[in-house]
Design a protein around this ligand. Sequence first.
Ligand SMILES: *[C@@H]1O[C@H](CO)[C@@H](O)[C@H](O)[C@H]1NC(C)=O
Length: 409
Amino acid sequence: MAVSAAALVLGLAISITYSKTLTGSEKNLIEFLDEKPENGPRVREDVSWPGFPYLKQVSAVSVDGNGNLHVFHRGDRVWDAHTFDRTYRLKDTEQGPIPNDTVLVIDTSNGKILYSWGANKFYMPHGLTVDHFGNTWVTDVGLHQSKTEERVGCGVVFNDPIISFTLHNSMSVSSAELTAILVVLQHILVSSYRHFCVYTDSMSALESLHSLTERGHPTVMEILLLLRKLERKDFDIIFSWVPGHVGILGNERADNAARSMTDHMQRPVYGMVVPHSLTLVPEHDAVCVADRENGRVLCYATGMDGSEPGTPLASIENQGLGRVFAIDARGKQLFLVNGPDLWQNSQSVSSDHGLVLDIESGLPMTLWGPDKGFRLPHDLAVSPDGKYVYVSEIDLSAPKRVYKFNIRN
Ligand SMILES: *[C@@H]1O[C@H](CO)[C@@H](O)[C@H](O)[C@H]1NC(C)=O
């Protein structure tokens, strides 16, 4: 997940009608997996790769233009049920940022750490992408949760004027974010328009809307009830996450992107729930997003080929993909890792393995993973030369925190 892609994330929240919904094979994905297929590239673990077992949660991996691997990890911090309090505030902010270097840059030929950085900067590392220019972009789930001087940003796009508001300072940031969503929905309810995008930089607010355990939170309840009401009245509402510190109101680029987006907004996608990963697919001038909680991948035109940016190209869904955590494209192949389905859908694939899907047909091509399976793979990165794929783990019982696989055609 890249901050550099913020404008793209915004652009995504547009939809006309999907030209294609790719439901994959007629066969259930589980049956497909039983056959351990390899109709696409062959993906094999490099067992000699060290795997950094001394790290704890590794949240992101990215490969730069020189083939070096950048790893973003959480030092000794672990994101678990105790990380955020009931009002979604990061607990223990007084312990300060993580003292360890949280970014490791690794020579992939031998697994040696070339250099590291990022000490005393981050609270809960999440995404990291190295762009074509060699810039590193990171997101920190904890940092935007911590109570700072920054204002809670939430914007709503009303076909052009952007309505904004700030909230009382004494509110906890996360409660404020939920309240912001509620206020926005109340505005929407009395509007004569029907299609809206709601942006928030609070991942936890979005997650709490989808979490069963948070339904007890009064604001979450109110939001869910209001959403149901809006749905009955034929409103289309998109929730879109924008990376922390790129408050849509405070960032001109995001602001402009949002404005230009409304120009060609027609019918929004029904809400993405936690867009968790995105990748460019240059072969199709497309950008694809892992709509994590909806267990699907949505692809849109980037507009680079002169077509309308944001035009939906395909939706890969209904495959029992579980929760799609990370995607990365290799030509027309989409590499994907998933997580267990929160709804305990037995028809969903377990997170033991990664998949390669054909972007054009949505069909699964290859099942891959370490012999003993993944535990909770969080991110993956295909090297720019297409020869390797790296996967990061956030499960502390995983034998490796970073896996390396060789890819052969
Ligand atoms: C973080 O730093 C502490 C202190 O140097 C060290 O004991 C610990 O092993 C480091 N943790 C990781 C995951 O590197």
